[in-house]
Design a protein. Structure first.
Length: 327
């Protein structure tokens, strides 16, 4: 009979290793903490190690592409060189600019085809009349036929290109929507007022659009003439305010380049123009507030808000005229 193997010694060793499993786990945790140390408490003492799996530290999330693009745009808007490059790129990609480049390319191609056609035509005439190589023989006749055929081909190209150029010149592109004007530099005294002006323009544009919507009775809350007058006055005032902001920036550039003894006078001029600019922005805001009251009162037909819109328009028109006189 086969001799049976004794597993008692093997079982004893296995039970001994099972009893030491907590010690093995403690050593593994200590080695793991060398690479991933636990966070320290507020008092500066490390937290007491606890048995159990230690989770690795959280990996910081990378910003999304949209957030990165928005951050880059905000930073790029404050750098004059980057803003200028971006403005040039936008002008290059405008539909009208692309159309003009297409017209210029077509005109150049037409000029090339016409010149080649004229040269081939002259070559055909000289070859056919024998002025190019004496009497007309067999080879000269073949050359004349070939040059005549080439003249016909390039003449066809010229006609087709000319018709294409004529069609391109007849195309009327819609006017490209004008984007918001660029803001002054971040360090300029005109930057903050121009940001407020841009916000006020957007609010007024929406409010006047609401005032132009007919009610259920088919009439508007404010006469269309008043809305158009307010819109035109707001545009004129915005142009005057931006002109004043341009003056501030020009003086600031001169101040930065002027000698030290001259800078105080230029800084005083900038401060005075900044006060006038703040007054103009406040007047523009009065028109926005009047338009908001007119929209709020459009449901109950109050006349006082409509009169307030007209009064605010008149005041803003006078302010725009005064700013224009200052320029």
């Amino acid at each position: 009979m086969a001799k049976r193997r004794d597993f008692s010694e093997f079982n004893a060793k296995l039970e001994k290793h099972i009893e030491r499993l907590p010690d093995y786990a403690q050593r593994a945790q200590e080695k793991l903490q060398r690479y991933f140390p636990p966070a320290e408490e507020a008092g500066g003492k490390p937290q007491q190690s606890q048995r159990g799996p230690v989770s690795p530290p959280p990996v910081p999330r990378r910003p999304s592409s949209a957030a990165a693009s928005a951050a880059f745009s905000s930073v790029a808007g404050q750098v004059p060189a980057v803003a200028e490059v971006r403005a040039k790129w936008q002008r290059w990609n405008e539909p009208s600019a692309k159309h003009q480049r297409r017209i210029r390319r077509t005109s150049r191609v037409l000029t090339l085809w016409v010149l080649v056609t004229i040269l081939l035509g002259i070559l055909t005439v000289l070859t056919a009349t024998g002025l190019l190589g004496g009497a007309v023989a067999g080879p000269e006749i073949g050359q004349a036929v070939f040059s005549g055929f080439a003249t016909l081909v390039f003449g066809t190209f010229s006609v087709r290109t000319g018709m294409r150029l004529r069609e391109l010149k007849k195309v009327e592109l819609p006017a490209a929507p004008s984007g918001p004007p660029p803001l002054p530099a971040a360090a300029s005294a005109a930057r903050e007022p121009m940001e407020r002006l841009a916000e006020s323009e957007a609010s007024l544009r929406e409010l006047l659009k609401q005032l132009s919507v007919p009610t259920s009775l088919g009439t508007t809350a404010v006469p269309e003439v008043s809305v158009a007058d307010a819109r035109a006055t707001a545009d004129e005032a915005a142009r005057a305010l931006r002109g004043l902001a341009d003056r501030i920036q020009a003086i600031e550039r001169g101040r930065n380049s002027a000698p030290e003894r001259e800078r105080s006078a230029l800084q005083a001029a900038v401060a005075k123009l900044r006060e006038q600019l703040d007054d103009g922005i406040e007047g523009y805001g009065g028109l926005v507030a009047a338009a908001g009251r007119a929209v709020a009162a459009s449901s109950d037909g109050m006349v006082t808000s409509r009169e307030a819109l007209t009064d605010a328009t008149d005041r803003l028109a006078g302010l725009a005229l005064a700013l224009k006189d200052l320029g």
